[in-house]
Write a protein that binds this ligand. Structure first.
Ligand SMILES: NC(=O)c1ccc[n+]([C@@H]2O[C@H](COP(=O)([O-])OP(=O)(O)OC[C@H]3O[C@@H](n4cnc5c(N)ncnc54)[C@H](OP(=O)(O)O)[C@@H]3O)[C@@H](O)[C@H]2O)c1
Length: 317
């Protein structure tokens, strides 16, 4: 198993929500160097920029986290951009990693790659049993092609690449932008803004019936680094917490935590997204000992506290 100690590691997307937590986790494993370019130093959609970076830095590990990411409104509005950006980054990074002798490539895929109606809990063996939910299919399929690419290079060239299927994340430094946030950050923002403005109502998309699984971002970062060191198979593997909660119940929890006292209205003219999401997380525990540690209520509390403080400090507008 390749250890990260004294190895140079390229992390793409290192300055994003998940990336900054993975950098913090990685530091505990004493790599010789963490290479963390910003987008203006290397646009991973551009092959020549990717090749220049890899051939000059020659990292031993590549942890690929850069992605075009967004909630249902964004993925529905920009299916082409989501497909192209995510697919082109993965194509460039995997082939350039192979050409430049990278020892191990860790790709972060997504629960959005699963079929819309996969049986609950989603098992890795169910990945090809149907088409993903329409609003995020181009994103989910671009991620799935990264998995196919890794597997094909493993088979033909003995390339050591792994593919982790990450579930919905939440936690400090999430994207709280009103247009591009995911559900937890979006709800926290709406509730706190409404409370501040003295509004009596907040409106959420859909009817509240879909279910989701959530993984606290620091747990996810720990899982990625564990897998980088301890998992060496091209077979995809779920990274989640195994819990499941309805969007309706989530809204009630966040209403309480944020102290909003008005009404919640469900806008049923808006899409619900995938009906249910919950991963079978047993393989990650068996293969590399990963189990989520931060309970959902505790994670939500930390996230709300972080958001309120970041807003007070002017870190979030
Ligand atoms: N958030 C979730 O719930 C979730 C769940 C499952 C999997 N994932 C995966 O986790 C990874 C990280 O997601 P995140 O939530 O941390 O998103 P994020 O905060 O938006 O971070 C993505 C990072 O990728 C960078 N990036 C995007 N396009 C790039 C390009 N063309 N060239 C160079 N850098 C580029 C962004 O840089 P800029 O800031 O400069 O744009 C940003 O630093 C993604 O691959 C995502 O698919 C996320």
């Amino acid at each position: 198993m390749p250890s990260l100690k004294d190895k140079s590691v390229l992390i793409t997307g290192a300055h994003g929500f998940l990336g900054r937590h993975v950098v913090a986790e990685l530091k505990k494993h004493s790599p010789s160097e963490i290479i963390a370019p910003k987008r203006d130093e290397c646009d991973f959609r551009k092959r020549e920029e990717v090749d220049a970076l890899l051939s000059s830095k020659m990292p031993a590990f590549v942890i690929h986290l850069a992605g075009r990411v967004g909630g249902i409104g964004e993925t529905k509005a920009h299916p082409g951009g989501f497909f192209f950006d995510n697919a082109s980054m993965a194509l460039n990074l995997i082939d350039s990693s192979y050409q430049n002798g990278v020892e191990k490539f860790v790709g972060l895929g997504s629960v959005c790659s699963y079929p819309k109606f996969a049986p609950i809990p989603f098992r890795e063996s169910d990945l090809w049993e149907g088409y993903p939910e329409e609003t995020n299919a181009p994103y989910g399929l671009a991620k799935k092609m990264m998995m196919v690419h890794t597997q094909a290079y493993s088979e033909e060239y003995g390339f050591n690449g792994i593919h982790l299927l990450g579930v919905n994340l939440y936690g400090p430094h999430d994207n709280f932008h009103p247009e591009s946030s995911h559900v937890i950050a979006g709800m926290i923002r709406k509730f706190t803004d409404a409370k501040e403005a003295g509004s009596r109502e907040v409106v959420f998309w859909g009817d509240g019936s879909p279910t989701r699984e959530f993984l606290y971002v620091e747990d996810c970062a720990r899982g990625i680094v564990l897998a980088a060191e301890k998992y060496d198979s091209p077979a995809p593997i779920n990274l989640g917490s195994g819990m499941e909660i309805s969007i309706h119940e989530l809204a009630q929890k966040l209403k309480t935590l944020t102290g909003f006292v008005g009404e919640i209205t469900w806008d049923t003219s808006r899409p619900n997204g995938q009906p249910r999401r919950c991963l079978d997380v047993s393989l990650a525990e068996k293969e590399f000992g990963f189990k989520a540690q931060v309970g959902f209520d505790e994670g939500l509390k930390r996230t709300v506290e972080w958001y309120v403080n970041a807003k007070k400090e002017g870190e979030i507008q």
